[in-house]
Design a protein around this ligand. Structure first.
Ligand SMILES: Nc1ncnc2c1ncn2[C@@H]1O[C@H](COP(=O)(O)OP(=O)(O)OP(=O)(O)O)[C@@H](O)[C@H]1O
Ligand SMILES: [Mg+2]
Length: 248
């Protein structure tokens, strides 16, 4: 199976400090991978490279069947068939309802003209309802997002990302600050999402990652790794459907 995302030999230096050293990583179209590691190991930097926020000093990052180089695309461009990253803090519009947040996130033309004259259609509303149900917010469509719990906001954020129909979802510490019940729901959500797309989860919390493992097919592989410096990683290519790259 060819990889959807292929990161190869990537290094990043910030003011002389090498945050990532010769990292290689790949993920297939319907895989879930968890990346674990201590503070400062370079996990978020890795995601920033994939989303284009940070440019590596060397290495390549390719995406999709035609192996398009993501490093050649400007930030914000819809990258070769689409993926989005979720960041740690929910960025929902708190004064808007769950319904409105999801509606705004739907994949639509974004020209000023199109936005000005946008009218939600019946299929749009059906799609929003389906998205809300997918992330467990089907009963909360009419609520203002600001009233949601922290966990529910995270799920809304995930729903908003799903609205963009990404082929790859990058989720940075989705369970941070969540209650146990919320973490369990998040685990189930990520496992479910990875049935139809690639999902990369960055997490500190080993318990959370173990739970991901238990809910999946149990074929977790731990990459061979890695001192904190130099790092990451001369990990074996992680071929199973669910793998851990341990950046420690
Ligand atoms: N824009 C930047 N400028 C300078 N140094 C940076 C920058 N971004 C990250 N770093 C440094 O690179 C290293 C890796 O940071 P990164 O945020 O990727 O770690 P992380 O694994 O996500 O950590 P955490 O678990 O705390 O989120 C850290 O030492 C950090 O201080
Ligand atoms: Mg981080």
């Amino acid at each position: 199976m060819s990889a959807l995302l292929e990161v190869s030999g990537v290094s990043v230096t910030f003011d002389g400090f090498r945050a990532i050293n010769n990292l290689s990583f790949n993920i297939g179209a319907r895989e879930l991978r968890a990346i674990i590691g201590p503070n400062g190991a370079g996990k978020t930097t890795f995601m920033d490279i994939v989303t284009g926020k940070t440019r590596p000093d060397q290495g390549s990052v390719t995406f999709g069947d035609r192996s398009i180089s993501l490093l050649k695309l400007s930030r914000g461009q819809d990258r070769a068939g689409g993926y989005r990253a979720q960041v740690q803090r929910p960025t929902v519009f708190e004064d808007q309802t769950v319904f409105d947040n999801l509606m705004m996130a739907l994949k639509k033309p974004r020209s000023p003209f199109a936005v000005l004259f946008f009218r939600p259609s019946r299929p749009d509303a059906v799609r929003v309802q389906a998205l809300a149900e997918e992330v467990g917010l089907g009963q909360h469509l009419a609520r203002k997002s600001g009233e949601l719990s922290h966990g529910q906001k995270q799920w809304l954020e995930i729903g908003m990302l799903l609205a963009q129909e990404p082929r790859l979802l990058l989720v940075d510490e989705p369970a941070a600050g969540m209650t146990l019940a919320e973490r369990e729901h998040t685990t189930a959500l990520l496992v479910e999402m990875a049935k139809t797309r690639a999902v990369v989860v960055v997490e500190h919390d080993m318990e959370f990652v173990r739970r991901l493992e238990l809910q999946g097919d149990g074929s977790c592989t731990r990459g061979r790794c890695c001192r904190k410096q130099p790092r990451p990683c001369d990990a074996e290519p992680l071929r199973r459907s669910k793998s851990i790259w341990n950046a420690e």
